[in-house]
Design a protein around this ligand. Structure first.
Ligand code: GAR
Length: 189
């Protein structure tokens, strides 16, 4: 049974979907949720779901504390689900091809610094894009630039607000992210 660690900073709807998807799986479980904001919705969700949740500081991420916990828990794969800090190099090196991220747009468009959550959807609407979507990719040292594993698109209607776009994108995320995680885990040794 592979052990998944989910890293999240926000509301946690994807985290909840991933926990539920693997609840009865023969392949993997969400073993722990790591969150850098103690008041984030994901902390309450994890508690309600009965999954252990570790709240850590930015320093803890950078000074090896989080890495030590990942080793202690014998984590096989790290899944970022609305995680807004940069994953430090020591963690990336210890988990080669074992960290994946979900981005709420079609990378390489709308990626990079400052492009997260609602900022992405606002930019998509402002630029009058006709489609947007999701990207699931491996995490490397360059923000939003790791190898792409999966993309799916959705139409943006001319009257859509950023909130409408967010809703459409989240529907795609909830549908596809757990399945793509499963696909990646099946390939791990
Ligand atoms: C998701 O839409 C995810 O794609 C985005 O944050 C949201 C988290 O929602 N991630 C990024 O913008 C990362 N660059 P959730 O907390 O409800 O799962």
């Amino acid at each position: 049974m592979k052990r998944i660690a989910v890293f999240a900073s926000g509301n946690g709807t994807n985290t909840e979907g991933i926990v539920n998807y693997f609840e009865d799986s023969d392949l993997a479980r969400v073993f722990v949720v790591f969150c850098n904001r103690k008041n984030a919705g994901v902390v309450d969700r994890a508690r309600l779901l009965g999954v252990r949740c570790i709240v850590f500081s930015k320093e803890g991420l950078q000074n090896g504390e989080v890495l030590a916990k990942l080793k202690e828990y014998k984590i096989d794969m790290i899944v970022l689900a609305g995680f807004l800090l940069k994953v430090p190099s020591d963690i990336i090196q210890q988990f080669p091809d074992r960290i994946i991220n979900l981005h709420p747009a079609l990378l390489p468009d709308y990626g990079g610094d400052g492009m997260y959550g609602m900022h992405v959807h606002e930019a998509v609407v402002e630029n009058e894009e006709e489609e947007t979507g999701i990207t699931i990719h491996y995490v490397n040292d360059d923000y939003d630039e790791g190898e792409i594993i999966f993309q799916e698109t959705v139409e943006v209607d001319y009257e859509d607000t950023p909130e409408d776009v967010q809703y459409k994108v989240q529907q795609l995320e909830h549908k596809h992210y757990p399945e793509v995680i499963e696909y990646v885990i099946k390939d791990l040794d």
